[in-house]
Design a protein around this ligand. Sequence first.
Ligand code: ZN
Length: 451
Amino acid sequence: MKKTENINTIINLCKTRGFIFAGSDIYDGLANTWDYGPLGVELKNKIKQLWWKEFVLENHNSVGIDGGILMNRNVWVASGHVSGFSDPLMDCRGCKSRLRADKLIEEKFPDVSADGWDNQRLLDYVNQHDIKCPVCGKRDWTDIRQFNLMFETYRGVTKDNSAQIFLRPETAQSEYINFINVQRAMRLKIPFGIGQIGKAFRNEITPGNFIFRTIEFEQMEHQLFCKDEDALREYQNYKQKTLAFYTQTLGISPENLRFRDHEKLVFYAKAACDAEYLFPFGWGEINGTHHRGIHDLSSHQKLSGKSMEYFDPITNQKFIPTVIESSHGVDRIFLALLCDAYHIDGDRTVLKLKPSLAPYTVCVLPLQKKDLSETAEKIFRNLQKHFSVSYDESGSIGKRYFRQDEIGTPFCVTIDYDTLKDGTVTVRERDTTEQTRIKIADLPKYITDKQ
Ligand SMILES: [Zn+2]
């Protein structure tokens, strides 16, 4: 069994087998946008359902919300995104390319970390080291300007500042601004958590590595509100919870995962780390666990003038709780799963997804169309009550098995002439290609037990 070292192999599989298509494909696309196809949406939904189950439904004292993408502009003033969420960009006068100054430096000098440098320092470095435009080869740069990463739009018909709103660049603020609403409505006592899954948008110009970096993406975020003295213990809990979710629930190989602590912490944080996956293009962040102090709630309290304090009925004290954030990128996890599951086994391609994640759990195949499709369709419809099932009656049986292996279907149920005589079918398993004869009536239990 071999794993792939080339992301293009995965991109190609995604396109040809209906996982992911280039966004706006018939109009030559829109950079860094993608559409999830019929198989992609099934896998994506399963990732989200499993996360929701583990981080919201089965997580002690946690509830979910589904906040709006559009919010009052002040949400992003309080969060700091209006003033500080920007990239340092400069234009090449030769070819009009717009580039990120820090990335340009880091690509030319991989040992340098230009993160957090101010505009002057970036420009000086570019000039002193004679860094030329990677597109046209000239060195004729404009000054560096900070370019806000939020997509902005206008509410109503006027285009003035009071009508300006943003597509949210992260989902977390919904949980913060609804903290009091949720706590009161659900009568929750600290520690409690709020989880949310939803789209976020960032106007980034950096090239994407397929769905790793996109301008529209989906996040799964859980914010735990707790006492400050419990926060570091909860932070460790959420790191472990994340590791268990990735390795046990999603089945990602532990050797392709690592935690990386942040070297520099923002002033309000006591701890922060990323979980990274080893993609074909290198290690990339798929999750962040962050101690956020009381920063978010107190910023909203200050700007809104509304109290964000929790009243502790036991100690009779009022305080702003500390937040532990667990943030997961759905699209990045999706890509990690495909890279991890992709195997070449002789002349077949096998997507070794866990059965609970596979777009189809079962495929029903009549060995011969004319005489067997009626029985096969009956079995197909019955299995649909229990699993996501596909049906394939075209081509040789070997080719059909290979097609299912390639999209990760763990079980193939084959209907042959013996089925008509004794009511049994062949169940073929994806990873071992082993075949077992099973009674039709026993199929749901047999497959459920093996999942
Ligand atoms: Zn240029």
